[in-house]
Design a protein around this ligand. Sequence first.
Ligand code: AMP
Length: 400
Amino acid sequence: MRRNVLASPKRRRPFKGAKYGPGKGRPKRDGQYIDPAKFVNEAVPAPEQERFVPNHKFTDFGFMPELERNVVAKGYEHPTPVQDGAIKPVMEGKDMIGIANTGTGKTAAFLLPIIHRMKTHQQPGTALIIAPTRELAVQIDEEFRGFAKGLGLHSVLCLGGMNVRPQIKGLKRDPQVVIGTPGRLKDLFQQKALRLNRTGVVVLDEADRMLDMGFIKDITFLLDQLPKERQSLCFSATIPPQIGRLLDTMLKDPVTVSVRTRETADQVEQNVIKARSKEEKISVLRDLLRKPEFDKVLIFGRTKWSVQKLADTLKKSGIQAEAIHGNKSQPQRQRALKAFSSGKVNVLVATDVASRGLDIPDVSHVINFDQPNSHDDYIHRIGRTGRAGKGGHALTFVAG
Ligand code: AMP
């Protein structure tokens, strides 16, 4: 009989038989020790959300008519809390710290006022938007194109892992908006393809995610190239000390808008699966993925190599799976993401880095095939399921 044990969700104590403990420690490459009890949680129903009543309607912000039309075309009826709080100060040209997680509508909160100010000549110069991952940058660009439709504004994406030539070509056309990841933006600047001396507004999106990836140096380098007279906006779910220090130098008299919602983790049913070996993990995983309720599953692995290998193994067993990790080209990553988002494949295997900031609707389960490096990463991973107040499920393999 197979020995995998789904620990009782009610049990919050570390379960017996855990092979490691704070004293014993796990091998260093596994990252910091996380008490397996932290992987177990009985989901609580989402609190009866007080219906948010915005102080503003989109028509109150005084957007130019074409922009207002594009907002309506996107299907937005009422501002989300971050939009309600942030749009006005950004329209007034103020610096801002927006404390907001993904999925709160923060992209429109900065894009709409930026577009309006550019088109009405209140915003001199260009906009530079810095994002931690290629996927997030692509999402921002897609939103921008929707809002800027028919307004004669152009954007260029500057992303690592992609052919640099089209990006250089795009920059030669003097786009009003440049969206990119820190390393590639810095490269393009050093190659003299990207000019930053006319930047009128800079946005740092999901800043706390840049810290994770050691991007601080590249960002500081980029900020040093910008004119001192500019508008600066920063969005982040948390403000760890390093980001706090960066913001002190980046922003002038910022307005803070905080709409951070409670971590979704409480609404995610969390449990552990004990398995003794990798073979057992794969075998249990296959059985789970064949269950009808596992209809949109995001699986996390630790390394690029192991993520690819796991996706290949699952495919060989007839399970439609795609992989995203840093060794894939950007078009390959986008294709995999699209196939998963649209339901063409129902399993996506990913590394932490590749999954940052993704907004994929209706993920039924997150499975931690390999444990995350930190509890913070764990919360981030399982936040991919149970979004928008919906219940979700997270399972984590632990040594059995
Ligand atoms: P974001 O947090 O910017 O990634 O946005 C999350 C999702 O919410 C995106 O799919 C947006 O298109 C959508 N969204 C943003 N603002 C609104 C709004 N006011 N009404 C409806 N949907 C929105």
